[in-house]
Design a protein around this ligand. Structure first.
Ligand SMILES: NC(=O)c1ccc[n+]([C@@H]2O[C@H](COP(=O)([O-])OP(=O)(O)OC[C@H]3O[C@@H](n4cnc5c(N)ncnc54)[C@H](OP(=O)(O)O)[C@@H]3O)[C@@H](O)[C@H]2O)c1
Length: 249
């Protein structure tokens, strides 16, 4: 079920606003008169009074806790969070150095899964006391069907998808004030997949689709080719997995 959600004028916590999808989203939110509290290590490319950059390394849980402490005191009007930051690494399990594989796995699990869970768990209860609020998690089409070279990335995104679905049930049980949204992107032209030679969706087009989905509070915003993957997985999850395996092997 979807409903309308007016994001204009809101205070929004946006992770990963320094690059790619997050940077483009930050610009769109400012156009809608939002105040954007931007969490990333680097500052967002756009500045101005509506962007408040708080430098946070989301792979460091102590740093994240420090940023979460006092967040609602610093930004009492906060009513939307968009967990967008993400990191993707290849992992060659046959030839990779196990210590290096562990290091990369820990970072991806921290940034892609542990940090958004921690942010949701801190904000869910206060948000449920707001008139309306929204929690958005940016997973991936790869949460539905994994690739060959990115086992940890895909696992972290599948984990965040499951967490988001369960959180949506709890939001409904809590009275429905919080809209819980998941974004599932196809391949978008950003630094995240600079090494990928195939077709990529322009970031502005992807963000157009995301903004339309947020306005309608669509529970799942399937962007570009991810919408096709959804249809295929709806008919046959095994076929969807096979297509991704063959395409990326
Ligand atoms: N691009 C795609 O094709 C695609 C497809 C499916 C899903 N997604 C998802 O979409 C989201 C945005 O990706 P993107 O393509 O826009 O990637 P991107 O251009 O590489 O941007 C990634 C963002 O995440 C932040 N980030 C990474 N590690 C961080 C850390 N340790 N602490 C704080 N922030 C960190 C980066 O900020 P700093 O480096 O400044 O810290 C940056 O702002 C990700 O969750 C990604 O998994 C992307």
């Amino acid at each position: 079920m979807s409903r309308r959600f007016d994001i204009s004028g809101r205070t929004v916590l946006l992770t990963g606003a320094s690059s790619g999808v997050g940077a483009a989203l930050a610009a769109r939110l400012v156009e809608r008169d939002c105040r954007v509290v931007a969490w990333s290590r680097r500052p967002p490319p756009i500045g101005g009074p509506s962007i408040i950059h708080e430098a946070v390394d989301l792979s460091d849980m102590a740093a994240l806790d420090a940023a979460l402490d006092g967040l609602l005191e610093r930004h009492p009007e906060l009513s939307v969070v968009i967990n967008n930051a993400g990191v993707s690494e290849r992992a060659d399990l046959a030839d990779g150095d196990p210590a290096r594989l562990d290091e990369l796995a820990e970072i991806q699990i921290a940034v892609n899964l542990q940090a958004p869970i921690r942010i949701c768990q801190r904000l869910f209860a206060p948000f449920s006391r707001r008139g309306t609020a929204m929690i958005v998690n940016n997973t991936s089409g790869l949460a539905v069907a994994p690739t060959v070279p990115h086992p940890v990335y895909c696992a972290s995104k599948a984990g965040l998808r499951a967490f988001t679905q369960s959180m949506r049930y709890q939001a409904e049980a809590a009275g429905g004030q919080i809209a819980v949204i998941e974004i599932l992107l196809a391949v978008v032209e950003t630094p995240l997949n600079a090494g990928y030679a195939g077709r990529k969706m322009p970031v502005d087009k992807a963000v157009d689709r995301i903004m339309r989905g947020l306005a309608k509070a669509e529970p799942e915003i399937w962007v570009g080719q991810a919408a096709l993957l959804r249809r295929i997985a709806g008919i046959s999850p095994a076929l969807a997995r096979h297509i991704l395996k063959v395409a990326t092997g």
